[in-house]
Design a protein around this ligand. Structure first.
Ligand SMILES: [Zn+2]
Length: 511
């Protein structure tokens, strides 16, 4: 899936891309950043507004303490240094969805700086392996850790929204909804450390995962809670200086960002190869065509005339406050993965899958802890659940068997009520019927593996009678033949027999 970007970039061996990302994340505060209006998504247009967020003359902003706490928590999770003093600044521009004519943001003194996000990328293939086509699947390739630097994290307010459809005269007019005006955002600016579209995709995935873990945003891209712009340039491989960069704006999924970057890198290389020059400009990505289009060139770029916001004091986050916020940081995905591997003996890769969201990891751990044998839950997830999901090409969120269901099945195996073979059959039924384990277990009449001694003894007699040569070997001292007989009895019982009981009865019988 990710190889298309890999190979197309690798094809431009004489050029290397340089990518930096700017991510806007909406904070989950109940009220806006400078007034007490609600931030609720989906309210009727222009109902969550007041003189402050409408930019009425004389209305004064009051900073929302919760927004600062959330921003600091996110910045800490992104390994940033929190600046004790940061300054709000006015970013001046004219646009219909910006009633004040400026946005309150932070400029030369941002809230936090010098962070990083770690990404795991498959190690480059050796030429030999690539040639022989033995690269294998991504999860089987060896991974290398890379740190993508974060230049800054700053606080700002969102603008309103222009509506182009869904109301009468929308073919002729544009309507403005100012509910979003003044909703708190953090902007996370990466260093130009990202080398490929795949790395950009990975960075965004990890970034979103970390933010979700902190609980400061729902990162819902459809509702605009997470938005991403990309800066990309290319340069001859080995050159120190950067090429001219192009900004790609308003791409609404990580997959589209990767596609837009692949297209844009190829476009820039083509322009340079043909003897042309890259123009510094903003481009939009059209996902239907898979192409970027020029939106405005540098000549039309804004001069924002930043200056300190006179209506707000410098923001001070002192050591005491910082320490209080640090206490609210949850265990982050990277640390959790390491712990899951250690505590439950699962693989790195499965730990990644299980920690894809905090809620899934919580469910897994709750189920594992509630079960009689936590490691068995982990084993079942790894061997029985993941395998079936992979075969169907489904994500773990689409699994018919919940973590609770896995735990219930693990307990049944643990107590000897069902055999491993029965569990496999029941899992197959769960996937066939798209139902959770407890439900299917009930539907099947709560099957039990056979502990009926007389029935088992009958099977054992038959098996022993049918295999005189093996019996002779066993009696001649080849005790490993016991395994053969257990296997035959299990087979004859169609996996329904309790292996432990079979073992006991056989030992007695053969003895
Ligand atoms: Zn307001």
């Amino acid at each position: 899936m990710s190889t298309s970007a890999d190979t197309s970039v690798a094809a431009h061996t004489t050029y290397e891309p340089v990518i930096g990302l700017e991510v806007h994340v909406q904070l989950l505060t109940a009220s806006k950043i400078f007034c007490s209006c609600s931030t609720r998504f989906g309210a009727p247009p222009n109902t969550n507004v007041c003189p402050v967020c409408l930019g009425m003359p004389g209305a004064l902003p009051v900073l929302n303490r919760k927004a600062v706490e959330f921003a600091v928590r996110a910045a800490m999770a992104l390994n940033c240094r929190i600046n004790e003093t940061s300054i709000f600044a006015r970013k001046n521009y004219f646009y219909p969805d910006l009633p004040k004519g400026y946005q309150i943001s932070q400029y030369d003194k941002p809230l936090a700086e010098h962070g990083y996000v770690e990404v795991q990328m498959p190690k480059p293939l050796t030429a030999k392996v690539a040639k022989e086509g033995r690269e294998g699947r991504k999860e089987e390739r060896e991974l290398a850790t890379k740190k993508i630097g974060i230049t800054r994290v700053h606080l700002e307010e969102d603008a309103g929204k222009s509506l182009h459809e869904g109301f009468p005269d929308s073919d002729e007019k544009t309507a403005i909804d100012l509910n979003r005006t003044g909703v708190p955002l953090i902007e996370i600016v990466s260093e130009p450390d990202i080398a490929t579209p795949d790395e950009a995709y990975e960075y965004l995935t990890r970034l979103k995962e970390i933010i979700l873990y902190t609980g400061v945003s729902d990162c819902n891209m459809e509702e605009g809670s997470l938005r991403c712009d990309a800066n990309v340039s290319v340069r001859p491989r080995g050159q120190k200086g950067f090429g001219t960069k192009v900004e790609i704006k308003n791409v609404n999924s990580f997959r589209f960002i990767r596609e837009a970057l692949v297209y844009e890198i190829a476009r820039q290389v083509e322009v340079i190869e043909a003897g042309g020059k890259i123009v510094q400009e903003t481009r939009l990505y059209n996902s239907h065509e898979g192409k970027t289009y020029s939106m405005r060139s540098k000549e039309q770029a804004h001069d924002y005339r930043y200056f300190p916001e006179p209506d707000l004091l410098p923001l001070v986050v002192d050591e005491k406050w910082k320490a209080e916020i640090a206490k609210t940081l949850p265990e982050l995905p990277e640390a959790r993965r390491a712990r899951l591997v250690k505590e439950y003996g699962i693989t790195e890769y499965d730990a990644q899958v299980l920690t894809v969201s905090k809620s899934l990891a919580d469910q897994f751990e709750a189920a594992a802890k509630a079960a009689k044998n936590p490691k068995r839950v982990a084993n079942l997830v790894q061997s029985e659940l993941m395998g079936r999901l992979k075969a169907r090409g489904a994500a773990i969120e689409q699994s018919p068997i919940s973590m609770k269901g896995v735990a219930a099945s693990a307990d049944l195996v643990e107590s000897g009520a069902i055999s491993g073979k029965m569990l496999k059959d029941l899992y197959d039924l769960c996937f066939e019927r798209n139902k959770d384990f407890p439900e299917v277990y009930e539907e099947e009449g709560r099957p039990q593996q056979s502990s009926d001694t007389s029935a088992l003894e009958k099977i054992i007699d038959e098996v022993v009678a049918a295999n005189p040569r093996q019996l002779e070997q066993y009696r001649a001292g080849k005790k490993t033949m016991l395994g053969f007989f257990v296997g035959q009895v299990m087979k004859a019982s169609k996996g329904q027999a309790n292996p432990q009981l079979v073992n006991e009865l056989l030992t007695k019988k053969l003895g």
